[in-house]
Design a protein around this ligand. Structure first.
Ligand SMILES: Nc1ncnc2c1ncn2[C@@H]1O[C@H](COP(=O)(O)OP(=O)(O)OP(=O)(O)O)[C@@H](O)[C@H]1O
Ligand SMILES: O=C(O)C1=C[C@@H](O)[C@@H](O)[C@H](O)C1
Ligand SMILES: [Mg+2]
Length: 168
């Protein structure tokens, strides 16, 4: 039994699909953004504004290291988590990683449609949102593509289950 980590850009569906995969497999579900918010007693936007991004990235590093191999967990990571410290190496040694590679145009549509008030680095009101996301996607790809499994395009819970099953 292995942990399953979902990684990818903001709004790629890590939290939504991660919960569904966990329910189907009867695994526990962990969302690292939510763990940090609970631990800190404040929103991600507040953490960034009051303590800065470096503080948030350190909290991510710490929370990630509470996850041990073989925990039967589905972990939805924060969008930037794999790209800081040596988090991607830790993820890959602690479970199976799945990169949800959703096109940036789709991310923009989702963020604009649903609003993401608590996401300081992808603000729906930013007129340059598409440009910002495109640049970030490109710079993060070398890390995201270290995942064991890469699923390109909009995906489903079934596809994730099938690809993980085949990989294992
Ligand atoms: N496969 C999908 N098809 C259509 N909409 C989706 C899909 N997955 C997620 N969404 C929608 O996109 C939005 C963002 O999804 P979600 O919160 O799961 O992304 P995330 O990767 O966890 O983002 P973040 O990094 O900001 O936490 C939600 O409103 C969700 O309903
Ligand atoms: O892409 C990012 O760097 C982020 C994504 C979110 O999940 C949050 O972890 C936070 O808003 C930062
Ligand atoms: Mg999420």
């Amino acid at each position: 039994m292995k942990n399953i980590f979902l990684i990818g850009m903001p709004s790629s569906g890590k939290s939504t699909l991660g919960k569904r995969v966990a329910d189907t497999l009867h695994y526990r579900f962990v969302d690292t953004d939510k763990l940090i918010v609970r631990e800190e007693g404040r929103s991600i936007a507040e953490i960034f504004a009051e303590s800065g991004e470096a503080y948030f990235r350190e909290a991510e590093r710490r929370v990630l290291r509470t996850i041990r191999p073989g925990g039967n967990l589905v972990v939805s990571t924060g969008g930037g988590m794999p790209c800081f410290h040596d988090n991607m190496a830790y993820i890959n040694s602690t479970g199976v990683s799945v990169f949800l590679d959703v096109p940036v145009d789709v991310l923009v549509q989702r963020i604009t449609a649903h609003g993401q008030e608590d996401r300081p680095l992808n603000n729906a009101a930013d007129p340059k949102l598409a440009e910002v996301l495109r640049t970030r996607h490109e710079s993060r790809l070398p890390i995201y593509t270290q995942a064991h499994i890469i699923i390109s395009g909009e995906t489903t819970e079934e596809e994730i289950l099938q690809r993980v099953g085949k990989y294992l």
